[in-house]
Design a protein around this ligand. Sequence first.
Ligand SMILES: Cc1cc2nc3c(=O)[nH]c(=O)nc-3n(C[C@H](O)[C@H](O)[C@H](O)COP(=O)(O)OP(=O)(O)OC[C@H]3O[C@@H](n4cnc5c(N)ncnc54)[C@H](O)[C@@H]3O)c2cc1C
Length: 455
Amino acid sequence: MERELREIVGDEGIAAEPGWYLSDITGLPGKADAVVLPATAAEVAAVVAWCYEHDVPITPRGGGTGVAGGAVPVEGGIVLALDRLARVRQFDPLLWRLHVEAGVKTGAVHSLARENGLMFAPDPGAAEQSQIGGNIATNAAGPHAYKYGPTGTWVTGLEAVVAPGEVVTVGGPIRKDVAGYDLKSLLIGCEGTLGIVTAAWLRLLPAPELTLPVAAFHPDVDSGCAAILRVVGSGIGSTAIEFLDGETLACAGQSFDGPLPDGSGFLVIAEADGSAAEALRVQTELIEALGEGAVAVAAPAERGGIETLWRWRGGLAFAVLARRGLAISEDIAVPLDRLQEAIEETAAIGRRNEVIGLSFGHAGDGNLHSTFLFSPDSEDERTRAWAACDELVEMAVRLDGTISGEHGTGWLKRGQLEKQWPARAVELHEAVKQVFDPKGLLNPGKKVARLPDEV
Ligand SMILES: Cc1cc2nc3c(=O)[nH]c(=O)nc-3n(C[C@H](O)[C@H](O)[C@H](O)COP(=O)(O)OP(=O)(O)OC[C@H]3O[C@@H](n4cnc5c(N)ncnc54)[C@H](O)[C@@H]3O)c2cc1C
């Protein structure tokens, strides 16, 4: 196999040390017969064509930061890594648009935009390592998705390789397109199960002149959630509304810039942006709306203080992990009026299963990173943490929410969608996969709505 693939991609296109590509940030173990790194979309197409002819599974791979195990080759075959498709094909700053290949790092897109007075709005947390192709394949979001939407909002065109090995383009450097069924949106968020993204046209925005966060420390969930609903209900143009529950504050408080105010049991972080005058106006409104019932409100105005606050927010997952050594962090989303219930129920599920259950996340989007902690030394605690996750999924469905608001289904949440969707919708989901990938070779086992023995 490797010899024939080498003929397509050359020596540089076969990873000499495949180890890094066989797992991802989840640590899920994988195995592959080869790790292939094509350098062009035509090479990707040729590799897919070869695999399709020889019935070889293909696991597409971006930066490996996905948290659902989607990039792990659980069924063998090849890993198709996009690292070498890393060119900027075209950049038109005055038209606010950028054409990049899939392997360009998210952070590099942010930098290029920023250096030209522009902004690429999506801000998923692992930007230095994740790739634009991976962001598109997971429709990644982040704190600022509250105002700006997830990655897909900013993709106007896609180039992708689809089975049995052809390059197709849908959309382009255009701002409107309703000509056909929305194939672009099917590929966005497909987690590599319908096609392999090789390049994308991205829409940029002029960068805001100023961004000003507000951090409001509340005594409890009740008071914090009331403040969140006040911001939403009064139409204040916040870019982000984040929350941390009391248990999360207990894990991350030590790394906060200074002591936490006495009586803090719930934190809301919001942000204003725009021209200097606009940002200051919105910040004042946020202070007023979030301040009611709070024990303290911080509104850093210096760049250093602002960056410190967001860096601390960005490191939460690691602070939480440190508490017991390991954790399962989910990403359910619920209607905004059920947020408080979901936060309280996450803690209660933890208590019922005798593990620490906490949540933090993107409050404005009703998106919770409900997390259950366990020690690597306790198999029993691990089992109870997974049992807690099962209860969490049931809770998300009961609250009319979704089992995944951000991370996708990947391998870890395979088979769960049928709990959320009606039977006919599940059938359509499977029919779409069948049309795009009749041999089932594109990222097999991932994003499946129900498990094979239930089909
Ligand atoms: C510290 C940290 C913070 C995070 N914060 C956020 C956050 O705020 N918001 C959020 O949404 N996510 C977040 N994530 C999750 C992760 O960063 C995103 O899912 C990201 O989009 C994955 O990109 P990647 O390039 O690493 O993809 P990978 O992990 O390599 O792959 C993810 C999935 O996409 C598929 N894939 C990858 N590239 C392609 C391609 N070119 N074509 C087709 N399929 C492809 C893979 O097969 C896999 O199924 C975070 C992760 C970490 C570790």
